[in-house]
Ligand binder design. Structure first.
Ligand code: UDP
Length: 496
């Protein structure tokens, strides 16, 4: 849809992404969508992770938060792991207030003189501090939530689930094992595979049960979010996110109605503000323009030569990190699956290693014979490639949507946060993937890869994946749900 009439061209929208890859991509895609619908765009950005800005000459960029000495620590953070991201989010939410107010104030004054009023601020849901700043300037704030509706509902239920004892159940089960067992590695264990090996069938059964109030989830999924309960620091971030989203003027979701119909009903009930499901965003504009790392393209000559659906694409996103021993299991499982593969290994992905120096002996001989390893790939192009047969993913929401849009079956190996929720949704509700849910173990890895790549089961998964792909296409066509919702969003912003 392109409604670039001159009436709307004169309205400006200010967008403020969280400076991490999985959040930058959808925000910049949304900015492009709004720009092509007639709005002028300003992006507020930190110098931290701002490599993408030169690819958007049609936007105005304004650096923010970088000159505040209190938040200089941000530049010292990496963006390699969950800890870095959480620290960054907390830090900026804590100290961003004054800088944002000043910046917006100046912009609002200037916009009164230029004939281009700023109509709203759109921020990532995790920028919860921005709501009170926007309120104080009487500027409507719309929230962009970059993950699924289901995940938002689960995060909003953390205090309730805690009161119901779910977190205690999960934490105490693990605590019990740690205390009862002499095995040192159990102390490090955070997945139930290792837990299972320690052997308590009652506990394992409990973990397998469904969460009564959110039956999509199993009890063990709660432990995988890596939140210990409502007093955990990450739960506090989520609680702030939920409260300040409720106080906003609306929510934009990178999802589509047909994907999350039940969840949408609940969102309407629990969050009675306008909701716009206009996704998947990357179908309008690809993510490659906002990539922080330079994608390797050298493997395409090899990929082009491979048979249709014969290559397993492996990528665990922009921020997850893996233990060395798990990395070995992945490599061994992959080797014995005998499948072709394209594996994205970011520098620093394996904890304590620079890159792939920890690979088992002989593995590099396989690379060449039947695989390629790269540091970063143009993921959407790989998923759209006819040779790609399945995607072994960490179940980040962008990756999940990108796979759905190409009808590519998934193997899900979530690490933390929303990923276990997405993985459960993909495997148990949509049934377009298989959840590798018992951690990293070479035999299970080998078996799961073969299930999705070569065994009979793959046909059903592939069929459902293709069906879902079709639904996405319909939703984006004239009269489709995302198309219509985008129209409503454009009208809503114009009316503010
Ligand atoms: N991505 C990419 N190349 C890669 C790996 C990932 O372009 O080699 C992109 C991917 O297409 C997606 C984003 O990085 O848009 C990752 O976002 P996601 O929400 O899946 O996971 P996160 O990185 O936030 O954990």
């Amino acid at each position: 849809m392109d409604n670039s009439g001159c009436r709307r061209r004169r309205q400006r929208v200010v967008l403020f992404p969280i400076p991490f890859q999985g959040h930058i991509n959808p925000m910049l895609q949304l900015a492009n969508i709004l720009h092509s619908n007639g709005f002028s765009i300003t992006i507020l950005h930190t110098n931290f992770n701002s490599a993408y800005t030169s690819n958007y000459p049609h936007f105005t960029f304004r650096p923010i938060l970088d000159n505040d000495p209190k938040i200089n620590n941000l530049s010292k953070l990496g963006s390699r792991g969950a800890g870095d991201i959480l620290s960054g989010v907390v830090l900026l939410n804590q100290y961003g207030d004054e800088s944002l107010r000043q910046e917006l104030d100046q912009m609002l004054m200037a916009s009164k003189q230029e004939q281009e009023p700023i109509v709203c601020l759109i921020t990532d849901a995790l920028w919860y501090f921005t709501q009170s700043v926007a309120d104080s300037l009487k500027l409507p704030r719309i929230v962009l939530r970059t993950s699924s509706l289901l995940c938002f509902l689960v995060f909003a239920s953390v205090p309730f689930l805690d009161d119901q004892g779910y977190f205690k159940q999960v934490n105490s089960l693990f605590d019990e094992e740690i205390i009862d067992s002499d095995l040192k590695n159990i102390i490090l264990a955070s997945d139930e595979n290792k837990f299972k090996k320690a052997g308590s069938s009652k506990s394992v059964k409990d973990l397998e049960e469904r969460v009564l109030e959110i039956p999509v989830l199993k009890v063990k999924d709660i432990s995988k979010m890596k939140i210990k309960g409502q007093t955990d620091p990450s739960a506090k971030i989520l609680a702030n996110m939920v409260t300040q989203t409720k106080a906003s003027s609306g929510i934009i979701w990178n999802s589509f109605k047909e994907l999350e119909e039940l969840e949408l009903e609940k969102i309407h009930k629990e969050f009675p503000i306008p909701s716009f499901l206009i996704g998947p965003f990357h179908k309008y504009f690809p993510a490659s323009f906002s990539s922080l790392l330079k994608p390797d393209r050298s493997f395409f000559t090899w990929l082009d030569e491979q048979a249709p659906n014969s290559v397993l694409y492996i990528s665990f996103g922009s921020a997850s990190q893996m233990e060395k021993q798990d990395f070995m299991e992945v490599a061994h499982g992959l080797a014995s699956s005998k499948q072709k593969f394209l594996w994205v290994m970011r520098e620093g992905f394996v904890k304590g290693s620079e890159w792939i120096e920890g690979l088992p002996d002989g593995f590099l001989d396989l690379v060449g014979e039947r695989g390629r390893i790269v540091k970063w790939a143009p993921q959407q192009e790989v998923l759209a490639h006819r040779a790609t047969g399945a995607f072994w993913t960490h179940s980040g929401w962008n990756s999940t949507l990108e796979s759905i849009c190409e009808g590519v079956p998934m193997i899900c190996s979530p690490f933390w946060g929303d990923q276990p929720i997405n993985a459960r949704f993909i495997s148990d509700v949509l049934k377009v993937g298989v959840y590798l849910e018992n951690g990293w173990e070479r035999e299970e890895i080998e078996g799961t890869i073969r299930r999705v790549m070569v065994e009979e089961e793959r046909e059903g998964i592939r069929e459902r994946a293709m069906c879902l792909k079709e639904k996405v296409n319909v939703s984006l066509m004239k009269g489709g749900s995302s198309y219509e919702s985008l129209g409503s969003l454009v009208g809503y912003i114009s009316s503010l």
